[in-house]
Design a protein. Structure first.
Length: 430
């Protein structure tokens, strides 16, 4: 079961999670796979799919007719849930959309920041352990809201070479999408470089296991990526006066069932609360559908007895968890000090799974300590900014001297001449 730590007895240090990254053999394997797909294209994708998934992927994307049939096969409650998720995601993400800005100089010239979506986005939809239709909306649909015109989805194939039917059903809610039955490293490489009928994209986004994360690292630079989103994590900061052990245990379990490499933590100054949560966990794990996965996850995790809430926050900031729940008296106040977390969930009525599905923000979040520098996936992930400079003669006259001075300081005479030649034309009266 899960281990209990006491910071008064022994300091706790968190190693970041990307365990595959530390295994040179695995990293080399991922590099070789990416390079082979880059060079050989679709035949390499097929070979790796047959080797690791035991299935030959379908050559073509799922047809629109098949997507509609998959949607119609859902029961009304499932359709309602997916539609609600799409509605709330759209409302939240549209509220984030930035606009292009133009700034007029005093002499009439213009400076600007132009906001444009990428041309084509590739989104990875996990499906190895369990199918995740919500990820279709939390990645692909967000790209659509951002204005991306062409969206490519890849998800592990079933025996028919196509993604799971519920993935297909969720994909039917997007306007213009191509869904392929390809998973793992080969999917990331195929989207990055193109393979068969999968065209090369401008960004690869979406969550995945350590292999998918390493593949995204490998292709970064040839394409953009959203973040490093590996196995799931949650940390809960709690105080007994505001927390309920059953709720804490339930929320820890909700992430532990994701993946055998997932990590879950409780930080609290109350030892009695820790013991109560541990008892609840023991009961909940028994005969659970994903018991083996959960038990493996709990070995990576901990219930941490801290000196006070300040130390709990400090440890959480060191961990930089994907998800952070605050089950305390004043969660919004405490959230001000929680600098490193992918997403913060405040109070007993905001369980993390609400964020996984229908809250509005994307559930694709940085993991493995990367919440220190990565942001959640959002419309920003699929948007580029272009600088615009349109000066007139009067603007040029005001700044050419400093331009030429700086060019001389950097020993770049051609830079200086580019400005000086214009000055000469002005001095000569054109």
């Amino acid at each position: 079961m899960i281990e209990i730590y006491d910071t008064n007895k022994k300091p706790i240090n968190f190693s970041y999670q990307q365990s595959a990254d530390d295994d040179r053999k695995i990293r080399k394997q991922v590099q070789e796979m990416v390079n082979l797909v880059k060079n050989d294209g679709w035949p390499a994708v097929v070979d790796y799919s047959e080797k690791y998934d035991g299935v030959k992927p379908a050559t073509d994307p799922v047809t629109k007719e098949q997507l509609v049939r998959a949607w119609e096969a859902l029961d009304p409650d499932q359709q309602k849930a997916l539609k609600l998720a799409r509605q709330r995601i759209e409302r939240y993400q549209r509220g984030l959309l930035p606009e292009s800005k133009l700034f007029t100089e005093l002499s009439g010239g213009v400076l600007g920041d132009l906001v444009r979506p990428v041309g084509r986005a590739g989104c990875y939809i996990p499906g190895g352990h369990v199918p995740l239709p919500s990820s279709v909306l939390m990645t692909g649909y967000i790209a659509e809201v951002a204005g991306v015109k062409e969206i490519i989805l890849c998800s592990p194939p079933g025996q028919d070479g196509l993604p799971h039917p519920v993935i297909q059903a969720a994909a039917s809610l997007l306007k213009d999408v191509k869904l392929f039955g390809v998973g793992g490293v080969q999917a990331v490489a195929a989207m990055a470089y193109g393979a068969g009928k999968i065209p090369p994209v401008d960004i690869v986004a979406g969550p995945g296991n350590s292999y998918v994360t390493l593949a995204k690292k490998e292709v970064y630079g040839d394409v953009d990526i959203d973040m490093l989103a590996g196995p799931s994590e949650i940390a809960i900061i709690a105080e007994a006066s505001a927390a309920e052990p059953r709720l804490i245990a339930a929320d820890l379990l909700s992430q532990a069932e994701h993946d055998a490499e997932a990590r879950v933590f409780l930080f609290t100054p109350e030892l009695e609360l820790i013991e109560a949560v541990r008892r609840e966990l023991s009961q909940l794990v028994k005969d659970h559908q994903h018991e083996a996965v959960i038990l493996s996850s709990l070995k990576n995790s901990g219930l941490v007895h801290t000196e006070d809430l300040d130390e709990a926050v400090e440890l959480s900031n060191q961990l930089a968890p994907e998800h952070l729940e605050l089950q305390v008296e004043e969660p919004l106040l405490l959230a001000r000090n929680c600098k490193n977390a992918g997403a913060i969930f405040c109070g007993n009525w905001t369980p993390e799974p609400i964020g996984d599905y229908v809250a509005g923000p994307s559930h694709t979040l940085p993991t493995g300590g990367s919440a220190r520098f990565f942001s959640p996936l959002s419309v920003y992930s699929f948007i580029r900014h272009q600088s615009l400079v349109a000066l007139n003669e009067a603007d040029y006259r005001k700044i050419y001297e400093e331009t030429e001075t700086l060019a001389e300081m950097e020993s770049l005479p051609a830079h200086r001449y580019s400005s000086a030649v214009r000055r000469e034309i002005l001095d000569d009266g054109r």
